[in-house]
Ligand binder design. Sequence first.
Ligand code: ASP
Length: 306
Amino acid sequence: MKPKFAIAIHGGAGTILKSHLTPEQDALYRERLTRALETGYALLECGSTSLDAVEAVVQLLEDDSLFNAGKGAVFNSDGKVELDASIMDGKTLKAGAVAALHHVKNPICLARAVMENSEHVFLIGEGAEAFAKAHQIELVDESYFFTEARWQSLQKAKSKESLTEKEKHGTVGAVALDQFGNLAAATSTGGMTNKKFGRVGDSPIIGAGTYADNETCAVSATGHGEYFIRAVVAHDIAALMRYKNLSVQAAAEEVVMRKLTKLGGTGGVIAIDRNGNIAMPFNTEGMYRGYKVQGGKTFVAIYKEE
Ligand code: ASP
């Protein structure tokens, strides 16, 4: 039987090896991923829209200092956070995106507000924050984003010490199908540690890091953003489904495991189609990820072989 609703989430991809995490860290990641997943699932079960579910889940992950988004964002080369996020509604193809934010507690909520309360799709920097203020989106002092772990990662990066994948980047994302047959996708990130010159990655770029279309799929990506932009990853997966009739699994694998890999890009995606089929390919050692389909078990995993 076709499930009526389903959700998938990610918390970043990279060289995440079992040997890199203590058993306690491993358990903590799984606990936080499970909590986010089950929050989203419960919303969908109660009849929430996929848009509300992905926004709520990403907001929860933004508030969790474990992940590189919102509270746990990495620092740029000036020692500041610079946050990016985007959201897309598969029913209307409406989208909202924000980038280079320094004071927005939950960038995903601002992306949603841009989508719903402006005639624009993408706002950046000071303008985006002025829009946030005008629309009662919570702004916080930059000190809110300070975490010792991220600060140490920046110092390491500046001294040219090699960083573990967890210290370099990361992103959070969610895709969902709701009981009304609608798909949605949301992505939020702090980008990459020590980034310079107002660098923006794929996460807030519709078609690269985020995409949703009821006729094909909803996608949220994580990985080395520059490659995801060049490979137009999220939209390419949808295009393979639309024009070549590929399944969500085949399309996502084609783009991540072949096209992106050939280009030299590392990372992965979560994708869902309107029948609740879920694909989560990644070409790295690990990806924090999980999914739950109506009536099914909660699946959460970190490493490749799970
Ligand atoms: N895609 C993000 C960026 O390039 C980082 C990540 O997902 O790890 O900003």
